[in-house]
Design a protein around this ligand. Structure first.
Ligand code: FES
Length: 219
């Protein structure tokens, strides 16, 4: 075959085959129903895209891996050299597959969250132009999360975004150091991860369940 010769056509489902019939019915349903709303359309697409839907439901039901599931302290990760007010940076933490976001709010606060929507696992984006001080926005089904707390403020997500704990060094660099599960209290999350590996810090935090007995018998 020469370089200019068009590639042979890819065979599609033959007329009358089950796949062709299903596609035909889907087309008919979308085009015939002039009142089909975007939500209906998305429902149809979600049904057809079984793999995606199952993955999302798995996340929603807690079956698959989620942010903050680790019982041990993750390795700290530098996510930005600096971050100015209104800016965000996307990164992966604690694992290479775990999408996350850090945002510097207009008052200088630094916040970090999982960027995996708690609805059907679409990517959550920072939108500085939305809301009074910007929003965390999921374009798949118009899910909205409060940028200051990660709480759901609109749309179908069932739970807040899991938090990523960030620290800022003197040189302005920003590091991700730990995670929380969705709606988990900060102290519980830090104790869960810092307890085994940083007992002195866990003690300062007042973490419960520490074996406080030392070799001297001091408690
Ligand atoms: Fe549905 Fe995010 S995946 S709102």
């Amino acid at each position: 075959m020469s370089l200019t010769e068009p590639p042979p056509p890819v065979p599609g489902p033959g007329p009358g085959s089950a796949a062709a019939e299903a596609a035909e019915q889907l087309r008919d349903r979308i085009s015939a129903d002039s009142l089909t709303t975007r939500r209906d359309y998305l429902r149809i697409v979600a049904t057809v895209s079984g793999g995606l839907a199952i993955g999302g439901v798995g996340v929603a039901a807690g079956i698959l891996h989620r942010h903050g599931d680790s019982e041990t302290l993750p390795r700290s990760k530098k996510v930005a050299d600096q971050l100015a007010p209104g800016e965000s940076v996307a990164f992966r933490f604690p694992g290479d597959e775990d999408r996350a976001l850090a945002v510097r709010l207009s008052d200088g606060s630094l916040v970090g969250y999982s960027a995996v929507c708690t609805h059907l696992a679409c990517a959550v984006l920072w939108r500085e132009d939305r809301g009074p001080e910007g929003e965390l926005y999921c374009p798949c089904h118009e899910g909205v999360f409060d940028a200051r707390t990660g709480e759901v403020t609109a749309g179908p997500p069932p739970r807040p975004l899991p938090k990523i704990f960030l620290t800022e060094e003197l040189d302005g660099s920003i590091w991700a150091v730990a995670t929380a599960r969705s709606a988990e209290a900060t102290k519980d999350a830090l104790c869960r991860q810092f307890g085994p590996s940083r007992p002195e810090l866990a003690e300062r935090l007042g973490c419960p369940g520490l074996d406080r007995t030392t070799e001297n018998g001091r408690t």
